[in-house]
Every structure is written in C-alpha cells, then in structure tokens.
Design a protein around this ligand. Structure first.
Ligand code: THU
Length: 129
C-alpha cells in the first residue's frame, strides 16, 4: 500500500492542470501485480479534461489489463480526495470489485470500494428488456 501511495504521489506531480491548479495522482493495481499510474490532464476546452483515475484506467486497459485490485488517489486536500462521478462510472464497469483508497499528500487515507461509491450503477445489463 505504501508503494502505491508513493506512486500516486509521484504521478500527481506530472499533472497538467494549468486551469484548476488542482493536481491529482492515481495508481491502479492490476490483478497480475502491474501498477498503472495516472494524473489529470486538463484542456482549454475544459470538458476535454481527463481525471487522474481515468488516465490510469485507460492506460491499463490499453496495455491489456482487465482485472484490478485497488486504486489509490492522491490530492493536496485536507480530507482524502474521492473520485468524481464520471470516474466512478468508468471504474465500476471495468473493475466492479475495486478497492478505492483515497489519500491526501499528508498521508491521511480512507478506504472504501467502488460499489459503495456508486451503488445501483448503470451497467450494460440495463440494456436488457
Ligand atoms: N480531478 C481528478 O483528476 N480526479 C477526480 O476524481 C476529481 C477531479 C481533476 C480534474 C480537473 O483537472 C481537476 O481535478 C479539478 O476538477
């Protein structure tokens, strides 16, 4: 866990956040032990921004990983930083049993799960009539 937090912290320093100045880092641990890091990448067209969590997940999926254990999220906040709604939605589809470790840069952590963060999620089975 310490290693994952350190990796998320390091990823946070790479954030491209000239608009919000709010840097976020993530470290996503795959079932096979690989760790994929991510940072937020903002854009002048604000809606094109990608959060740290999704950067990490998209990197992982594009490298062939499909099964995940946990994600660590780090921001410079007073309380540990929870993932935004869009990230919750994206994470729950690929990693429905994911452990979510929210942390701040001062070492304060809080552990939960993606199912707790997005109960009754909209998933592909909803297409069935
Ligand atoms: N951000 C993340 O990277 N993860 C979250 O879960 C919350 C928000 C980023 C997006 C944007 O670059 C900045 O934080 C401010 O919203």
């Amino acid at each position: 866990m310490k290693k994952l937090i350190a990796m998320a912290k390091a990823a946070r320093l790479k954030a491209y956040a000239p608009y919000s100045k709010f840097k976020v880092g993530a470290a996503l641990e795959a079932a096979d032990g690989r760790v994929f890091t991510g940072c937020n990448v903002e854009n002048a067209s604000y809606a094109a921004t990608c959060c740290a969590e999704r950067t990490a997940l998209y990197k992982a999926v594009s490298e062939g990983a499909r099964s995940f254990k946990r994600i660590v999220i780090v921001a410079d906040t007073k309380k540990p930083c929870p993932p935004c709604g869009i990230c919750r939605q994206v994470l729950v589809e690929i990693a429905p049993k994911l452990e979510v470790v929210m942390a701040n840069t001062h070492g304060c952590t809080s552990v939960t799960s993606i199912s707790e963060l997005i109960p009754n999620a909209f998933l592909a089975d909803r297409f069935k009539r």
